[in-house]
Design a protein around this ligand. Structure first.
Ligand code: HEM
Length: 535
């Protein structure tokens, strides 16, 4: 399928010629020079000094010096796998053509290859996989019409609803720029001034903030997209992945016990299960709404801090994904994979969700920096179909995207000299109509607390207990301005939530033992209690 090509070097660009005395496994430099001594520098006498002229050493060490590329600014820690998506050919029990002309969904049993990358969000490339964080769930579908990336998370909502706030949100969750440590005070300082984040808090600080592994968690597109049918008419859609292995989350204490022994448990779990033939599966389900503002709802359908109630907007199955093949090389496939919300195929479209629009700029922008200008020529990112562009050159240009028989002098369009031609349009474009003022304003129907309160009440007792414990742990050492405001916001969601948080904070500050969940401020708490003992 091409992904192995770059890894094993058995691709068509490889010339099978070997020099005298060589065979296919003879070690060479990248210039093809056979390497006769890979153990010793070339030196003046065996005690040195070393000579700078030795190309093989310079190539080896200079390449090593450049082995690391910048890690993803978010979602740096991840694991990936290949698999297949099989369409049901309908949406629920309705014909799918009514809503979308996307070809990957249209026929029962149609198979589309996929690559999936799961991740944590805020922490660095080799951080423990037991940390409290949303989990990324990014799927690349290599469809017959080109690639479709569904870049989602495990949780169904997000902290903010406007892309302008994203760098601030992430800065508050990344390590303190002075101490280089993550801090509960900084996280909640941002959150207590961002009331739309409360729904996310209700999930993230409960066991839902630590999925047991990547196989037993849900996925969600979170943002609102559109489906477009053969007539160019659109509906709003939300995507959800339901794990057929079930859902399993961890309390803070359970996670700490795993973390004490294993930093890589989720990566290991995914790899080992696939290797053993125990292939994880998810059903893809969609919620559909007509494409308008829905004034009858108490939230805006384009607000990604809200769930569309399932009783009004049922989850309709459209297909099933199975992950059945591990990567051959982590760096080539998982690290260099690049997903983006702008990567859609005919029949799928954006909505006006302003988070989604902001995201869509950010992904390919960072990938041109992180992986390089020609990142789409890498086998993991290239579509598994005909590609022909007039894009040329740039760092690491691997090949020319030309078509067979194309006049290679012509890297522009239009041309009468056998250049590339525009594709014929086979169905009308979706053409939404707009009229309005250009403004900088929030959505009207904010309703920041209702669904957060519902989530608090929907939690089982052990989940609510863990939520309170974890918030107390993160806030006990925080500035009172922050913790008082958090108590107020929780009270707005549900008075019981506010009361229990206030009681927990009073007890923790009064010196009572606090059980678990204090991963952010552990160091500070220890220091504080040591000082108290000394006094
Ligand atoms: C990764 C930006 C919101 C899911 C990333 C990356 C950036 C980014 C720059 C790194 C990409 C790379 O280096 O390849 C943003 C911005 C957002 C936003 C600007 C809001 C305005 C979200 C939301 C979700 C999400 C709401 C969940 C639906 C992901 C995932 C990845 C990711 C899963 C990792 C993809 C992978 O595995 O390579 N995001 N993001 N992001 N983002 Fe977002």
């Amino acid at each position: 399928d091409g992904t192995g090509t770059a890894v094993t070097g058995t691709g068509s660009s490889q010339d099978p010629r070997t020099a005298e005395g060589e065979n296919a496994r003879t070690l060479t430099t990248r210039q093809g020079h056979p390497l006769t001594n890979n153990q010793n520098l070339r030196t003046l006498g065996n005690r040195g000094p070393a000579l700078l002229e030795q190309y093989a050493f310079l190539e080896k060490i200079s390449h090593f010096d450049r082995e690391r590329v910048p890690e993803r600014v978010v979602h740096a820690r991840g694991a990936g796998a290949h698999g297949v998506f099989e369409a049901y050919g309908k949406v629920g029990d309705q014909p799918i053509e009514k809503y979308t002309r996307a070809k990957l969904f249209n026929t029962a049993g149609k198979q589309t290859p996929v690559f999936v990358r799961f991740s944590t969000v805020g922490h660095g490339g080799h951080s423990p996989e037991t940390l409290r964080d949303p989990r990324g769930f990014a799927v690349k579908f290599y469809t017959e019409d080109g690639n479709w990336d569904l870049v989602g998370n495990n949780l169904k909502v997000f902290f903010i609803r406007d892309a302008m706030k994203f760098p601030d949100l992430i800065h508050s969750q990344k390590p303190d720029p002075v101490t280089n440590r993550q801090s509960g005070e900084r996280i909640f300082d941002f959150i207590c001034n961002t009331p739309e984040a409360m729904h996310m808090v209700a999930f993230l600080f409960s066991p839902w903030g630590i999925p047991a592994n990547y196989r037993q968690m849900q996925g969600s597109g979170v943002n609102t997209y559109k489906w477009v049918n053969q007539d160019g008419d659109a509906v709003l859609v939300k995507y959800h992945w339901e794990p057929l292995q079930g859902i399993k989350n961890l309390t803070a204490q359970e996670a700490e016990a795993i973390q004490a022994k294993n930093f890589n448990h989720a990566t290991q779990d995914l790899f080992d299960n696939i290797k053993a033939g125990n292939f994880p599966e998810w059903e893809l389900r969609v919620q559909i709404m007509s494409d308008d503002e829905h004034p009858e709802l108490d939230f805006d359908p384009l607000d990604d801090t809200k769930i569309w109630p399932e009783d009004q907007f049922p989850h309709l199955p459209v297909g099933k994904m199975t992950l059945n093949r591990n990567p051959e090389n982590y760096f080539a496939e998982v690290e260099q994979s690049a997903f983006g919300t702008g990567v859609l195929v005919d029949g799928l479209d954006f909505s006006d969700d302003k988070m989604l629009q902001g995201r869509t700029f950010s992904y390919s922008d960072t990938q041109r920096y992180r992986v390089g200008t020609n990142y789409l020529q890498l086998p993991i990112n290239a579509p598994k179909k005909h590609v022909a562009t007039n894009q040329r050159d740039g760092q690491m240009a691997y090949h020319v995207d030309s078509a067979p028989g194309q006049n290679n002098h012509i890297n522009y369009e239009p041309s009468s000299l056998n250049g590339l031609k525009e594709a014929p349009r086979t169905a009308p474009e979706h053409m939404p109509a707009y009229s309005g003022r250009v403004v900088r304003q929030t959505l009207d129907r904010q309703n920041n607390f209702k669904q957060a309160g519902e989530r608090y009440r929907l939690h089982e007792d052990w989940e609510r207990d863990d939520l309170i414990n974890n918030m107390v742990g993160a806030l006990a050492d925080a500035d009172r301005k922050v913790s008082d405001k958090m108590v107020e916001l929780c009270t707005n969601c549900d008075p019981d939530w506010g009361k229990r948080l206030a009681e927990g904070l009073a007890a923790a500050r009064g010196g009572q033992q606090h059980e678990g969940g204090n991963q952010y401020n552990e160091g500070q708490q220890r220091e504080a209690s040591q000082q108290a003992e000394e006094v």
